[in-house]
Design a binder for this molecule. Structure first.
Ligand code: NAP
Length: 278
């Protein structure tokens, strides 16, 4: 299949590497000419240009730009792609994109790979980023069934699980397990940066796997963290308010020296965590 990838960064570059392994023909496009050249030199794609018009021959175009550029990119592609070509995206939010995108291009289907690292750009592209992950496809009632089945059939060989969800349900769910953790983690890291110098220096020296795990999602791509909040604001605020209530409750337990209450909270957390991670 002729596959176009717009935005040759962590997700776009990693998808291109996987599709290349599957024997597809790859047309890349990215904002910067230097990135396009690197992507060709490293055999991430077969050809690449910042000019979106170069994607005219593709059967399916993956828009892997930062969230704010998905719709503007699709608008340009709508004047370039063949009418039967499919367009899809990988953005971490769907409600703000899918309906508008389907109006721009009826053969659009939204997607979101639940995988990532703290790195960004073409240097971050890697094989096996999606192995074992979940790929969410987010159709609306106007979505063409062939677009869904084509996207599913491209994804299935990548050793991942495909699930389908309405855009709004997707956004509500990822607010809890992706966007809230990113915000909480960013607040945690910035709180930990505040102690006086001697205390701070020792804390930095002692920080180990626990801090690495809890700080990872807050220490990643600032552009993505901001866009998650901007484009999924209401669902994120709901989860943040609930989190704030839980944190206040925890503070009250410690202030009251209610150790059995705190024990119960940790016990509940241990049980509730399992279905999210097993
Ligand atoms: P990224 O590593 O920063 O890659 C995006 C690339 O797009 C940039 O490196 C940039 O490349 C290029 N770009 C920026 N603006 C562009 C434009 N207007 N036209 C064409 N190319 C443009 O970011 P990412 O993490 O791959 O995120 C990309 C998308 O994946 C986002 O929509 C995000 O929500 C989604 N996503 C991210 C994760 C994650 O954990 N990171 C997970 C799932 C989904 P040059 O400037 O070098 O050309």
């Amino acid at each position: 299949m002729k596959i176009g990838i717009v935005g040759l960064g962590l997700i776009g570059g990693s998808l291109a590497l996987e599709f290349g392994k599957q024997g597809h023909e790859l047309w890349g496009s990215s904002r910067s000419a230097a990135t396009c050249q690197i992507a060709v030199d490293r055999h991430v794609v077969h050809r690449a240009s910042p000019d979106l018009a170069s994607l005219a021959p593709v059967d399916i175009a993956f828009i892997c730009t930062p969230i704010p550029y998905v719709l503007p990119t699709l608008k340009t592609l709508a004047g370039i792609l063949r009418p039967e070509a499919i367009a899809t995206d990988v953005a971490s939010v769907k409600g703000a994109i899918v309906t508008a995108a389907t109006e721009l291009w009826p053969n659009f289907v939204g997607g979101h790979p639940m995988a990532g690292t703290t790195q960004q750009g073409i240097d971050a592209a890697q094989f096996d980023l999606f192995a074992g992950c979940t790929y969410v496809i987010t159709p609306v009632k106007q979505t063409q069934p062939e677009a869904i089945s084509t996207l599913e059939s491209l994804m299935q060989p990548l050793n991942l699980t495909v699930v389908t969800a309405a855009p709004e349900i997707h956004d509500a769910a990822v607010a809890w397990i992706s966007h809230l953790p990113a915000m909480v983690s960013a607040a945690l890291v910035t709180a930990c940066g505040t102690p006086p110098p001697e205390e701070l220096q020792l804390a930095q020296q002692l920080a180990s796997s626990g801090f690495r795990d809890t700080s990872r999602v807050g220490g990643g791509n600032p552009e993505l963290g901001t866009a998650m909040a901007q484009f999924n604001r209401e669902a994120l605020l709901r989860s943040l308010y609930t989190y704030r209530d839980r944190l206040d409750g925890l503070i009250q337990l410690v202030e009251a020296e209610d150790w059995s209450g705190l024990f119960e909270l940790f016990q509940q957390a241990r049980v509730w965590r399992v279905p999210f991670v097993e």
